[in-house]
Design a protein. Structure first.
Length: 359
C-alpha cells in the first residue's frame, strides 16, 4: 500500500511538471517611483535628453545623469541655442559597477553619438550594463552607440533606422521594420527623429521608448501565459498556440502620455537549437476575452521555440522570447530542467521505499 501511494505521488509530480502552461517570467513588482534611470551623455548632447528626462520625471521615475566628460558642466549641441546641463556623475570617476544601482541605461539622440561610440570606456560601460541585467534604451542616432558596443545586440531584434541599420546588421542584430520602438532581450530601441534641422528631438518616439523601458523595468509584459496544444506530435500535426494578452491599463494607468492598447499579436516559430525562423502566424482574439489563438502545422521533425510578439496602438513592438516550445516527429521530449525535476523526484521516492523496506 505504501509503495502504491509513493508511486502515485511521483506520477502526480511528473504530470504536473509536463502539462503545466508556460508562465512568462517577470521581475518582482515595484512602483514606478522605484524605477531608476541613468542617462548617458557627453559634450554637445542633443535636446532629446531634456525631453526624455522630463517624461521620466513626470511619471515619478528617478533620473540621474552620467557624463563621459571632463567636467560636470556639459555643453549642449551647437545647432541649437545653448542649453547645457550639470551631470550628477562623471564616468571617468566611477567603476562600471555603478550601473548596477539603476534599472535602465538611457542613451538619448543627438550629435554626441560620435564621441560616445568612439570611446572604448563608454562601449565597455554599455556592455557591462547589459551583461549585468540592466535595460539599455536608445533613440534615433543614439542606436549607433549600442550597435558599436562590442556586438551585444547579436541575436537581438532592433528597430529600423536608416543611419544605424548597417551597423546593427554588422553587429548581428535583426532589423524590424515599421515600428516606432522595439523591445527585445532587455534592449529598447527607438526610431528616427527629424535630423539636426528637421525638429529631430521633437518627432523622435521618446515617450514610446520611455514607456517601454519603464514597463520592462517593472517586470511587466503584455503577455502573461502561453499554451501550446499538443506539446508534441507527428509531422503534419496542427498545433494551437494561445497567448493571454493584456493592455496593462491597470498597471501602467498612471502613465498617460502613451496609449498602449493592443493592435496585433503574432507568434514566430524558430528551430530550438539555432533559432532559424520557420514561420510567423497571426494570433486573433475572436471572443474578445484577451486570449489570442492561432494554428501552426508542423511539417518537419524537430524541436521548436515560440516567440510571442505584441504590437500596441502606439506601434511599439514587444518581443517575448522562448515563451513556449513544442516538438514535431518526436514521440516525447523533456527539457533538461524538467528531466532534472523528474529524476530528483524519482530518487527521493526510491530513498523512501528503501527506508520503508528496511523497517
Amino acid at each position: 500500500m505504501k509503495f502504491r501511494a509513493i508511486s502515485l505521488v511521483v506520477l502526480i509530480v511528473f504530470v504536473a511538471v509536463v502539462s503545466s502552461p508556460v508562465l512568462i517570467p517577470t521581475a518582482e513588482a515595484q512602483e514606478i517611483s522605484d524605477v531608476k534611470v541613468l542617462m548617458l551623455i557627453t559634450d554637445y548632447f542633443g535636446w532629446n535628453y531634456f525631453d526624455a528626462k522630463e517624461i521620466f520625471e513626470s511619471w515619478g521615475v528617478n533620473v540621474t545623469t552620467i557624463a563621459n566628460s571632463l567636467d560636470v558642466d556639459v555643453p549642449s549641441c551647437t545647432n541649437r541655442p545653448p542649453r547645457g546641463t550639470t551631470a550628477d556623475i562623471l564616468l571617468n570617476q566611477v567603476e562600471n559597477d555603478v550601473i548596477t544601482q539603476f534599472d535602465i541605461l538611457f542613451i538619448p539622440a543627438g550629435g554626441q553619438w560620435l564621441s560616445l561610440s568612439q570611446s572604448p570606456r563608454v562601449l565597455e560601460f554599455v556592455q557591462y550594463a547589459h551583461d549585468s541585467g540592466v535595460i539599455v534604451a536608445t533613440i534615433c542616432i543614439g542606436n549607433k552607440v549600442l550597435a558599436r558596443a562590442n556586438d551585444i545586440v547579436n541575436g537581438s531584434c532592433v528597430v529600423s533606422y536608416t543611419n544605424t541599420n548597417s551597423d546593427m546588421t554588422d553587429a548581428g542584430a535583426t532589423i524590424r521594420y515599421g515600428h516606432l520602438a522595439v523591445t527585445d532581450n532587455r534592449f529598447v530601441t527607438g526610431g528616427t527623429g527629424g535630423g539636426p534641422s528637421g525638429g529631430g528631438y521633437e518627432v523622435a518616439p521618446t515617450a514610446e521608448v520611455c514607456m517601454a523601458a519603464v514597463r520592462e523595468a517593472l517586470g511587466l509584459s503584455h503577455c502573461s501565459t502561453v499554451n501550446i496544444t499538443p506539446t508534441s506530435g507527428a509531422v503534419r500535426t496542427n498545433f494551437t498556440i494561445t497567448a493571454e494578452i493584456t493592455d496593462l491599463d491597470t498597471e501602467l494607468g498612471s502613465i498617460s502620455a502613451v496609449n498602449s492598447n493592443i493592435s496585433e499579436v503574432n507568434a514566430r516559430i524558430y528551430t530550438k537549437h539555432n533559432r532559424t525562423l520557420i514561420d510567423a502566424i497571426e494570433l486573433v482574439d475572436d471572443d474578445d476575452d484577451g486570449l489570442f489563438s492561432g494554428e501552426f502545422m508542423g511539417l518537419s521533425s524537430g524541436e521548436y521555440a515560440v516567440d510571442i510578439e505584441i504590437v500596441d496602438t502606439n506601434n511599439t513592438l514587444e518581443i517575448v522570447r522562448d515563451s513556449a516550445s513544442f516538438s514535431v516527429g518526436v514521440s516525447f521530449t523533456i527539457d533538461p530542467l524538467t528531466l532534472g525535476i523528474i529524476a530528483t523526484s524519482a530518487l527521493l521516492a526510491m530513498v523512501v521505499i528503501i527506508a520503508i523496506k528496511k523497517r
